[in-house]
Design a protein around this ligand. Structure first.
Ligand code: BG6
Length: 479
């Protein structure tokens, strides 16, 4: 069998914010897994960078703790750690930069991963240039939030572009690294079955749900400044919408794919306030309320949002996309549900179609696909109809395949390969903010408050009404 692991060229990956939360949870474990999979060239190194003073050995202990899990082979972890070095550096000052300049090699891929707050992006980019560390081939990786509105996103783009060209900038949206999100493209563009049906004559509407069961409790004020619209809709749900709605790109290259996504964002209609439901979870038993978690009794930030979105183009006119995301909901479920139109004429007298065909693409958990169909209710009693599902859980159907990688593993290796397909281009991010800004402004201008909802529910009443007034229903979140 052909190996599924395609080794990447030798690299120096410089990780800024190397002791931060994201680095510990995702980046270090992700790198270790790719090392174990044999994807690293033997000359590859990871240079952890942060402000604190650590000896390399002490720093390796921090990385060891971040990666450690009971299934890990200590010898492999030790081998991985020999690739890890540490440099203490002042991102906005002068300290440490010359050391970094002396350490990075000129004959390997250079990638700078900025796992730091966006307020550091410009300063770090400038220092990388000033000290001759950035070369025309090196790559810079940045995390969300990429701005909090159009102006700030433009400012970040401008700062990065002072020192790097667009083909060097990798803006991460980790949803694009998820296996099933990529599978959405395979499903649409590697099968001939779906594409002829993928339009408003055949599809009644689409529901995109990213429901989380966890609260926002934890350190940091980030969430209260963002809310579900900025935290999830402008980026993750937008990407899911784009991949579902975009035209087939002529080829699978970064710009061909991103051009098609951009066209969808540009085709989005403004969303009036009556097509939006915002919610905030209230306290329940031991579980504190959103306001308590945010540390602000007057917070009007939404922890839930549902909205009806129209894509004004030839393919989708008349087929709304309903987006929904929130915290503290009944279950953690992410899915795209495509509702096909009912047959134009029912030939079976006295029967009703229980439900039209629905194609559900489950992103997490239990990645897979279900096609809801209508069949004859088996047995005697005449021609009665019932629903049956063609269900495919990828883990069952693809038993022999490699375990799916975490999104970060895939994305970091793409950076080293120099493949930007699964990263957001600057104009894409700006367009998404240009669409989101007036929506956010419309409720701040009107001083609108989110509706309270129960922890463990499917969100506020308004979300149900949003569907109800269109004669439709949300799919249930969990059982
Ligand atoms: C992050 C958001 O980008 O995505 C979080 O900031 C959210 O609020 C997270 O919880 C969800 O990611 P995943 O991969 O767990 O679905």
């Amino acid at each position: 069998m052909v190996s599924r692991v395609i080794p990447v060229n030798a690299f120096d990956l410089v990780l800024f914010g190397a002791t931060g939360d994201l680095a510990r949870r995702k980046i270090w474990p992700g790198l270790f897994h790719r090392f174990v999979a044999g994807q690293f060239d033997e000359n590859s190194r990871i240079l952890g960078v942060s402000r604190s003073d650590h000896e390399t050995e002490k720093f390796r202990d921090i990385v060891r703790k971040a990666i450690k899990d009971p299934e890990i082979d200590d010898a492999q972890l030790d081998a991985f750690l020999t690739r890890v070095e540490y440099i203490s550096l002042d991102a906005k000052g002068e300290r440490g930069w010359q050391v970094l300049a002396d350490v990075v090699r000129s004959d390997t891929v250079r990638a700078f991963y900025l796992s730091v707050a966006p307020s550091f992006f410009g300063a770090i980019a400038r220092r990388l240039e000033q000290f001759g560390i950035a070369t025309p081939d090196s790559r810079i990786v940045v995390e969300k939030p990429f701005g909090h509105d159009l102006d700030s996103a433009k400012a970040l783009n401008a700062e990065l572009r002072e020192c790097f060209q667009e083909h060097q900038i990798y803006r991460i949206d980790h949803y694009l690294g998820k296996e099933t999100v990529q599978n959405l493209m395979a499903l649409r563009f590697a099968n001939s079955l779906f594409e002829p049906l993928w339009n408003s004559s055949q599809i009644d509407h689409v529901q995109i749900t990213v429901a989380e069961s966890l609260s926002v409790e934890g350190p940091g004020e980030y969430y209260d400044q963002s809310g579900a619209m900025r935290d999830m809709v402008q980026n993750h749900l937008m990407q899911l919408l784009c991949l579902t709605a975009m035209e087939p790109p002529s080829k699978f290259t970064p710009n061909a794919v991103r051009n098609e996504k951009l066209k969808i964002i540009e085709a989005l209609e403004p969303v009036p306030v009556e097509n939006i439901a915002r919610g905030q979870y209230r306290a329940a038993g031991e579980q504190g309320s959103y306001k308590e978690h945010a540390g602000d009794p007057n917070s009007t930030t939404e922890s839930f949002i549902a909205m009806k979105v129209e894509v004004a183009n030839w393919r989708w006119a008349g087929t709304p996309f309903y987006l929904r995301t929130g915290k503290c909901l009944r279950e953690r479920v992410s899915e795209i549900a495509v509702f096909f139109r009912n047959p134009p004429h029912m030939i079976f007298p006295g029967t009703e179609t229980p439900q039209g065909n629905v194609l559900v693409i489950r992103l997490q958990p239990d990645e897979g696909m279900t096609l809801h169909t209508t069949i004859k209710d088996p047995g005697p009693g005449g021609m009665r109809l019932t629903e049956a599902s063609l269900d495919m859980t990828f883990a069952d159907s693809l038993k022999d395949s490699a375990k799916p990688q975490d999104a970060y593993e895939r994305l970091i290796m793409d950076v080293i390969r120099g493949d930007q397909t699964l990263f957001m281009r600057g104009d894409e991010v700006e367009s998404a903010w240009a669409w989101a800004d007036p929506i956010i402004a419309s409720w701040t201008d009107r001083n609108m408050k989110p509706q309270q909802y129960d922890v463990g529910s499917a969100g506020p009443e308004d979300a149900l009404l949003l569907m109800h007034k269109d004669g439709r229903r949300w799919r249930s979140i969990g059982a």
